[in-house]
Ligand binder design. Structure first.
Ligand SMILES: Cc1cc2nc3c(=O)[nH]c(=O)nc-3n(C[C@H](O)[C@H](O)[C@H](O)COP(=O)(O)OP(=O)(O)OC[C@H]3O[C@@H](n4cnc5c(N)ncnc54)[C@H](O)[C@@H]3O)c2cc1C
Length: 409
């Protein structure tokens, strides 16, 4: 490994997974200078449990925290929690906080994530209409739920589906509204997307296809009006329609943004001493082509870690196929690579849930399966190593994907 450059005083804005992972990786790579992690939130904590575990008895911010104060101290990571960064200096020499104080820096990393997208419809700001991005959001939702509560979840993507499942299992009646008949199609392909979406109705979630036109207050209840569809009574409405990247700090500092903070392969923004990673960052190749922003846990972790390499001037490790998971109605979905775009979809039937693969030019490019981590783990290695695969073997539930890896050795 080459010798790291001295990144000096590193200030990391945003102590979510990307920011925290970057701080830890800086230390692991031998960075000796000060590291300051700043977040508006009360702690550096993990977000996936917000939609999955919000009704658990031990659901506290401490139980979600990546590290205790002692652990941060042991790694010499200074934390400033409960303070918002109001602006950053484009030359990366300081950041200003909302109380007027200034934190000096030599290198700045922006891992500011995103905020929940809201619906631009009448009633979107009524009390009882929620989003889910932070611990406080999850607590506000939890506090409105008792057995018999009627909840309407607008948006049946990954977070909406998880929350619908959690609300249902907490005893609420749930209606899930989405304009698309089969959500998640690009993420897991039609067969699995349909299978997963059908689980909602099987478990007792009312599923409505339609565009939400307005949310109205009628006495102490809300009514969700679906365009050319039903009017749904609710005690609680949760809008889960995606994420808006927090690009403002960068844009105000004159740093290039385009539905994300633009970064190169070393996670450097258009300002040489300012880096970005996690949900907010968007890769731009040398030829100007833009990647999609990734909004998954592992991508945030890896990009934070890899940004640490970038900040230290070290060669950034290669990234393999993307991977994410999601849980609903007691099952665990994993997916790797891509399941839309060019190629042939192969379906493996035979178990309780189908597994799906996308094959392009004889090579696997994507896979997804339910309650079958081994298949997805092996698929990911087949993708990364570009090992030729046979569609017949992929479709055969009797062929373990591991054996295809072994056969290629
Ligand atoms: C409810 C939920 C469930 C999820 N479930 C899954 C899952 O099952 N599988 C999966 O793969 N992924 C899941 N994800 C996605 C995953 O959690 C995210 O990709 C990951 O959290 C992104 O990390 P990040 O550090 O980039 O951003 P965030 O986690 O959003 O962290 C950004 C931090 O920056 C802080 N910040 C922003 N602006 C400022 C400022 N000006 N000053 C100070 N602090 C600031 C914010 O307070 C925040 O803490 C889920 C996400 C959510 C919200």
């Amino acid at each position: 490994m080459s010798t790291p450059r001295d990144a000096g005083r590193v200030v990391i804005v945003g102590a979510g997974l990307a920011g925290f992972s970057a701080a830890e990786q800086l230390r692991a790579l031998g960075h000796e200078g000060p590291i300051t992690l700043i977040d508006s939130e009360p702690a550096a904590y993990d977000r996936p449990p917000l939609s999955k575990r919000l009704f658990d008895d031990d659901f506290t911010v401490d139980s979600l925290a990546f590290a205790t104060a002692e652990k941060l101290q042991a790694k010499r990571i200074d934390a400033i929690f409960g303070r918002t960064v109001a602006s950053i200096d484009p030359s990366g020499e300081y950041v200003s906080l909302d109380d007027g104080s200034v934190v000096e820096a030599d290198t700045v990393l922006l891992t500011v994530g995103g905020r929940a997208r809201t619906l631009q419809i009448p009633g979107n700001d009524l009390p009882g209409v929620h989003v889910l991005r932070s611990f406080a959001d999850a607590v506000a939702i939890r506090d409105r739920v008792a057995p018999g509560t009627r909840g309407v979840v607008i948006g049946a993507g990954l977070i909406g589906a998880e929350l619908a499942s959690s609300l249902l299992h907490a005893g609420a009646g749930v209606t899930l509204v989405d304009p698309v008949a089969v959500p998640l199609l690009p993420a897991v392909g039609e067969v699995l997307a349909t299978h997963l979406h059908d689980m909602h109705a099987t478990h007792g979630v009312e599923v409505v296809v339609g565009v939400t036109a307005a949310i109205e207050q009628h006495g102490d209840r809300l009514v969700v009006a679906v365009d050319e569809g039903p009017r749904l009574e609710a005690d609680l409405v949760v809008v889960g329609v995606g994420l808006v990247p927090n690009t403002e700090l960068a844009a105000d500092a004159g740093i290039e943004t385009d539905n994300g903070i633009l970064v190169d392969a070393a996670y450097r923004t258009s300002a040489p001493r300012v880096f970005a990673a996690g949900d907010v960052a968007r890769r731009r190749d040398d030829d100007g082509s833009l990647h999609r922003r990734e909004e998954h846990w592992e991508a945030a972790q890896l990009s934070g870690q890899h940004a640490a390499y970038g900040m230290l001037g070290l060669e950034v490790p290669a990234r393999g196929a993307t991977w994410f998971w999601s849980d609903r109605h007691g099952v665990h979905l994993e997916a790797t690579g891509r399941l839309s775009g060019p190629g042939e979809i192969v379906v493996r039937d035979g178990g309780a849930h189908p597994a799906v693969f996308l094959v392009e030019d004889g090579v696997l490019v994507g896979a997804a399966a339910v309650d079958d981590n081994n298949t997805v783990r092996a698929a990911r290695r087949l993708i990364d190593q570009r090992i030729p695969v046979s569609e017949a073997e992929l479709a055969d539930p009797g062929v373990a994907l591991r054996s295809l890896l072994r056969a290629a050795r």
